[in-house]
Design a protein. Structure first.
Ligand SMILES: *Cc1c(COP(=O)(O)O)cnc(C)c1O
Length: 380
């Protein structure tokens, strides 16, 4: 791996060619249907170099904090394509959104709606608002990343939806422009999205009967990636994803359908590159101790997530290892009992499918430096 020579490990490496292929697939598949608009969920990875590539592909930006709004604006996303979601927006963040004239606030409670109305009044502006509705639809994914159940903290209950819309219609400094949903992440069963479509159809029928017009429907993100076979399935199945919505969600004339994809856009293009420090024979196990830890990639520790690990320095017969980091936590383990080509001190390992919720979730615990991120163009 000559291109990685002399670069301090651990670091993230992003295959921008794969990212561009992924974005092309998104634009091709979503482009088949009238009114489909795709946004990128910045929280998956806010590396400015990636944001730039994604912005150039024409996607909008879905932000969940003031910092993400700034990152999106700096990367060149037009404010008319920025939406701001989140269950706990601060006044300062709302003011930033108002100052930048973003397209829409996805509102999650009545108190938040009142604050947005009053802050907008203070600036003599009218803020577009959409309501995030909790559709009480479960997703077949890890319990920590399902968000659309009645028990989750997110959104407004379906029973309160009409009342909240009426309140917004009576306010002078907010404009009701749509409904927002998001049921969870790493969803590979299209049936979960069908369930969401059915729910949205029911809610739309109900609102239509009461003469409430909804200009925009936003179904969030959540499409998963294949962590087991990053080489075999580098680009997620966007064809099935968008056609599921086209077939099952009954859009009204002129209505726009918004998507906010995070993981499926950037997940497969990123790898965490780490160096083997020591190979240690324990009493029952063999450990590959690497210089990356849960501070660099927390998904295995946080969600018991699987990432494929490859030895990119050495092509030898595989041996079985627990791949562990240097952090003083027993959960600082990338994989247990995995077969990897025989490891030696100094070998580079690639922890694959780490483009989403990797670099952005890094911390400085143990006073460690944050990992750097490089795109392919920087390392020829
Ligand atoms: C996290 C999130 C997304 C993106 O989810 P992915 O699973 O990464 O596609 C989209 N919308 C909202 C509101 C989110 O919180």
């Amino acid at each position: 791996m000559d291109k990685f020579k002399g670069i301090e490990t651990p670091f993230y490496y992003y295959d921008t060619e794969l990212l561009r292929d992924t974005l092309r697939a998104i634009n091709t598949e979503a482009g088949k249907y009238e009114g489909f608009c795709v946004h990128y969920a910045v929280k998956a990875n806010a590396n400015p170099k990636l944001l730039n590539v994604i912005c150039q592909a024409g996607l909008g930006a879905d932000c969940v904090s003031g910092g993400e709004i700034r990152a999106a604006v700096n990367a060149g996303f037009p404010s008319s394509k920025i939406v701001f979601a989140g269950v706990g927006k601060t006044d300062k963040e709302i003011e930033l959104g108002l100052d930048k004239n973003i397209f829409c606030f996805n509102v999650e409670s009545v108190p938040e709606l009142e604050v947005i109305n009053s802050l907008a009044a203070g600036k003599g502006k009218v803020a577009n608002v959409a309501f995030r509705i909790n559709p009480d639809v479960g997703a077949h994914t890890h319990a920590n990343i399902t968000t659309g159940l009645a028990e989750n903290k997110f959104g407004i209950a379906m029973d309160d939806m009409e009342d909240v819309i009426r309140r917004a219609l009576a306010m002078s400094n907010v404009k009701f422009v749509g409904l927002h949903f998001h049921i969870g992440s790493q969803i590979l069963d299209m049936g979960d999205f069908v369930a969401l479509c059915n729910r949205v159809n029911d809610l739309q029928n109900m609102l239509e009967a009461r003469k409430v017009v909804v200009e925009n429907i936003n179904v969030g993100g959540g499409l998963g990636i294949d962590y087991t076979h990053p080489n075999r399935v580098p680009v997620p199945d966007f064809k099935s994803y968008f056609s599921t919505y086209a077939r099952h969600l009954k859009l009204r004339k002129g209505q726009k359908l918004h998507f906010e994809l995070g993981r499926s856009v950037v997940g497969q293009c990123g790898s965490l590159i780490t160096r083997v420090l020591y190979v240690k024979q324990g009493t029952v196990k063999q450990f590959a101790i690497v210089d990356a830890g849960m501070t660099d990639l927390i998904r295995p520790a946080l969600y018991q997530a699987y990432h494929k690990i490859e030895n990119i320095s050495c092509d030898a017969s595989p041996k079985t290892y627990d791949v562990v980091g240097p952090i003083c936590e027993s959960s600082d383990v990338f994989a247990k009992a995995v077969d990897i080509d025989e490891c030696h001190r100094g070998d580079l390992l690639a922890i694959r499918s780490a483009g989403a919720y990797g670099e952005i979730m890094a911390s400085q615990y143990n006073c460690r430096p944050l990992p750097k991120g490089y795109i392919a163009e920087e390392l020829q």
